[in-house]
Design a protein around this ligand. Structure first.
Ligand code: FAD
Ligand code: SF4
Length: 498
């Protein structure tokens, strides 16, 4: 909605990020929010397209198109355009439990499938989403919603990431007594330890967790299910259990010299850095500190970019980020057309910062690490690489081949491995007897029940490594399934029944 001709009259504006040279000197959020005036003007650009694709929430071509929580985007764009901020907030909260997270760090597949984006830059949906929820908190419109009645049913949720938090929020509002078990010392899952502070300040995460607690959700920290409390104890004590443990089993690099001192997994590196931001007394071991070091991040994805931004703030001497794939094209190609997520080259926040710091894009494409070499003290000193060519075989599958003569040696004193995750950690699943399928919990989307009676699963542990917005979707949908299981009926919302 908005103004039918708005997209022809008004240019897309994005939130103005802080200066990359200045922001690497601290750990505060790198982006600055929209002013009301800009948000209202950008809402005006939302055309009356009739059949919006921005909220279709589908996997197309191995990527997400449209908003997975089916946010009512055209409606709240229109309300913001008209200055009806409170109404916009009410609409937004109908579908998204935590817009303050997605409005900051969602990759915004909604914008890739925005109708305006067929020919013009998309509506700045994500920035408008953040502006609405930030105003909600600022104006005091977000208040604890304490359920008036309790059902007497109890639910245990294992894991306090966005999937567990969304499931807890929905089930608590349905009147059930919800307890979240979290093994870390702080709740939030990868929102807390994973996504760095400069992308998502931890006060924002804590604010939501406190709200959930005020509303009646119990959160038990420093408690690993499977060790501190067993699967059987949990099943006995609760009417239902939801596994939201994420997919944090790291994928490791299998190369000669991997055992060298100075090579670390991304989650160890990022978690320690965040702990230091949250508590200055935390001691970052020298081996996990990039200060004055030649740093190489292996892995060309978003986790790798977060490691680059972290190393910059720690004062790295040099940084290179290796990716196995070639650089993405500057524009959509014929096999990646609208409304698919645009697979195009971009400079992420970390890469903009690194370019300012070192004068060039620090990404290296089509690189395979062959071995790590140490000095006489076993301390890492260099990585050896070769370039790769990516082609398709006769079955259309991608294959990578080394290019002879392209071997290279890189100075390296700290290497961070950010090549993804293999899936959920197994010991807990074994204790429950939960079956898995291709490194994911075997539970059908829409039903979410595992092979164990009364035990459900949602989020990355069921879907595989994904996005916050999908974790929220799964948390909401598993709550619908669990409420139905406990009560024989449910009035919780679902996007699956439409
Ligand atoms: C570095 C990094 C950056 C990312 N950046 C983005 C981004 O910018 N945007 C985006 O959309 N997505 C991003 N993601 C992905 C996103 O964070 C995840 O898809 C999302 O957090 C998954 O939510 P979840 O609730 O399923 O699991 P998680 O967030 O992984 O939470 C699982 C929780 O379960 C706990 N747990 C595990 N086992 C047990 C146990 N036995 N007992 C008790 N507790 C347990 C863990 O400690 C953890 O707190 C990023 C991921 C990483 C790794
Ligand atoms: S949650 Fe993500 S996909 Fe949905 S509207 Fe917000 S930015 Fe877009």
């Amino acid at each position: 909605m908005g103004k039918a001709t708005g997209f022809m009259e008004i240019e897309r504006e994005e939130a103005v990020d802080r200066d990359p040279v200045e922001r690497v000197k601290d750990w505060k959020e790198y982006s600055a929010p929209f002013t009301d005036e800009v948000a209202e003007r950008q809402g005006e650009r939302c055309m009356d397209c009739g059949t919006p694709f921005c909220h279709i929430g589908m996997e197309v071509g191995n990527a997400t198109s449209g908003c997975p929580v089916y946010n009512l985007i055209p409606e709240w764009n229109d309300l913001v355009y008209k200055g009806k901020w409170k109404d916009a907030l009410d609409r937004l909260l109908k579908t998204n439990n935590f817009p303050e997270f997605t409005g900051r760090v969602c990759p915004a597949p909604c914008e890739g499938s925005c109708t305006v984006a067929i020919s013009e830059p998309a509506i700045a949906i994500k920035n408008i989403e953040q502006a609405i929820i930030d105003k909600g908190f600022e104006k005091g419109w977000i208040k604890p919603r304490i359920p008036e009645e309790r059902t007497g049913k109890t639910v245990a949720i294992i894991g306090s990431g966005p999937a567990g938090m969304a499931a807890a929020d929905q089930l608590n509002q349905a009147g059930h007594s919800v307890t979240i078990y979290e093994r870390d010392d702080r709740a939030g899952g990868l929102l807390m330890y994973g996504i760095p502070n400069m992308k998502l300040e931890k006060d924002i995460v804590t604010r939501r967790i406190k709200l959930l607690e005020q509303e009646g959700v119990e959160i038990v920290l420093n408690t690993e299910v499977g060790k501190d409390i067993t699967a059987d104890e949990l099943k006995e004590q609760f009417d239902s259990v939801i596994v939201c443990t994420g997919a944090q089993k790291p994928r490791d690099l299998i190369v000669e010299g991997r055992e060298s001192s100075g090579i670390h997994l991304a989650m160890d590196y990022l978690t320690t850095a965040t702990k230091k931001v949250l508590d200055d007394k935390t001691v970052v071991p020298a081996t996990l500190n990039a200060a004055d070091k030649d740093v190489i991040v292996i892995g060309g994805g978003d986790t790798g970019a977060d490691c680059v931004a972290t190393a910059l703030r720690q004062g790295a001497k040099s940084i290179a980020q290796f990716g196995i794939n070639p650089a993405l094209p500057l524009k959509r190609t014929s096999d990646n057309m609208w409304p698919e997520y645009p697979q195009v080259f971009s400079l992420e926040y970390a890469h903009k910062e690194a370019k300012e710091a070192f004068g060039e894009d620090i990404r290296e494409y089509s690189v395979l690490t062959k071995k790590a070499v140490t000095d006489e003290n076993g301390q890492l000193k260099e990585l050896h690489t070769v370039e790769m060519i990516k082609t398709r075989d006769e079955n259309g599958m991608f294959v990578y081949q080394e290019t002879p003569g392209t071997e290279k040696v890189w100075p390296a004193e700290l290497v961070v491995i950010a090549i993804g995750f293999e899936g959920p950690e197994q010991p807990l699943l074994k204790q429950f007897g939960i079956e898995t399928n291709r490194n994911k919990i075997d539970a059908t989307y829409g039903e979410f029940d595992t092979n164990i009676e009364g035990v459900f699963a949602a989020g990355d542990s069921r879907r595989g490594p994904s996005l916050i917005v999908w974790a929220i979707n799964e948390g909401r949908e598993v709550a619908y399934a669990v409420d139905n299981y406990l009560m024989g009926a449910t009035s919780l919302p679902t996007v699956l029944a439409v």
